[in-house]
Design a protein around this ligand. Structure first.
Ligand code: ZN
Length: 388
């Protein structure tokens, strides 16, 4: 039997943390943790006995004997991850290295009673865990869109999902799963995924902007997520980019989302078409026809990308982040077509930010799902996922 997880000491966690992503010798760990070599060796032995660490061959010699290396055993513990999208949801088991071990899609509709949806997620999670070969569960993480009260574990509202109001997600799921449940905003989860397993590894500051049905930003600052008082920092979709502009469903006018969300692309195209198409057009359809040079699709997409560029420049200036990742529909558009985003952003930045500015398109798949597990994994390794 493994020792209970709570028995891991801060020093054991510190040793384990150095082994994320690479094997190391005891001497390297000694240098990184500033623990004595004897202490490091004792902890490695204890971690090995718990299945968390395993020998990983030998490193390069510095003249003497080749040092023995140790590595984290990624599937020795599992985190449950859930990404609620509405419509639809996904559930996965994720190893300590942030890799998805098994995942399943779950049907979910915004008009359904939330406890019914959450029970379905829990059923799927239990089925996945039953199928897992190894690994004790260290907790569950849920990534969700919309407005939340994260300190209380409550989802306040998710876009147009009519049944989704004041849902105590953490309580309902932790009672059912008998595990601690951590909530994270889905864009913050995507930023965490970039930081742990994506192209942002090693970066201390960056933002992740998601443009899909809604538009929001995950703010990774000083090595952790800045989530604001209630967890809603970075919801840039409702920043005004055209004073007195198009009405937004939030009650304001001229919001970024009213021009640059996937939904707005479709709506604007219908509004601006001289012959209104008989059936609704999808955002993918707008992009395809815009790339073929067809009007009004070309104008609609160009304006969306221009305003997205303005919003990204504003965000970069406020936070002084050099790197901004973009996910969602722009990540699937050819470079030539989306150049408008980076050109506009750059034109609105001043040196030194302009010189260092780096806009990248996210290449992670399932970033929301992976990122839902990261706060759970970070807590296990003794590293905070959020700044507050
Ligand atoms: Zn709005």
């Amino acid at each position: 039997m493994r020792r209970p997880l709570a028995a891991l000491s801060p020093n054991e966690r510190a040793v384990l943390y150095t082994l994320r992503g690479r094997a190391r010798s005891a001497a390297e760990i000694e240098r990184l943790t500033r623990l004595s070599l004897l202490t490091v060796r004792r902890h490695l032995e204890a971690l090995e006995a718990q299945g968390l660490v395993a020998p990983a061959g030998f490193g390069r010699s510095n003249g003497g004997r080749q040092p023995r290396l140790f590595a984290l055993v990624p599937d020795s513990r599992l985190a449950l991850a859930m990404h609620l999208e509405l419509p639809g949801a996904k559930v996965a088991t994720v190893g300590l290295d942030g890799r998805v071990i098994a995942a399943r899609g779950v049907p979910a509709d915004g008009a359904e009673e939330p406890p019914v949806v959450l029970n379905r997620l829990a059923d799927t999670a239990e089925a996945l865990v039953r199928g897992a070969q190894d690994g004790g569960l260290i907790g569950a993480g849920v990534a969700l869109p919309g407005y939340a009260d994260l300190p209380r574990g409550v989802s306040l509202r998710i876009g147009r999902a009519s049944a989704w109001r004041d849902v105590p997600v953490s309580d309902l799921l932790s009672r059912r799963l008998r595990l601690p449940v951590a909530l994270v905003h889905d864009t913050a989860a995507m930023a965490l995924a970039e930081a742990e397993v994506g192209e942002a590894r090693g970066q201390r500051h960056f933002a992740f902007v998601l443009a899909e049905e809604g538009i929001s930003a995950g703010l990774f600052l000083d090595g952790a997520i800045y989530q604001g008082a209630f967890g809603n920092a970075g919801l840039i979709g409702h920043m005004t980019v055209r004073p007195g502009g198009r009405d937004c469903y939030c009650g304001n006018a001229g919001c970024l989302e009213a021009y640059a969300s996937a939904r707005a692309l479709a709506q604007r195209s219908v509004e601006l078409s001289p012959k209104r198409p008989g059936r609704a057009i999808s955002s993918r359809g707008v992009v395809r026809r815009a790339l073929a040079g067809e009007e009004p699709f070309r104008t609609v997409l160009d304006e969306a990308f221009q305003l997205l560029g303005v919003a990204i420049a504003n965000l970069a200036k406020i936070l002084e982040v050099h790197t901004v990742f973009v996910g969602g529909y722009p990540a699937g558009v050819p470079d030539a077509a989306r150049a408008r985003i980076v050109e506009t952003a750059r034109a609105h930045l001043q040196p030194p930010l302009r010189v260092h500015f780096d806009l990248r398109y996210s290449r992670l798949t399932e970033a929301g799902l992976v990122g839902a597990a990261i706060p759970v994994i970070r807590r296990f390794l003794g590293v905070p996922a959020t700044a507050s």
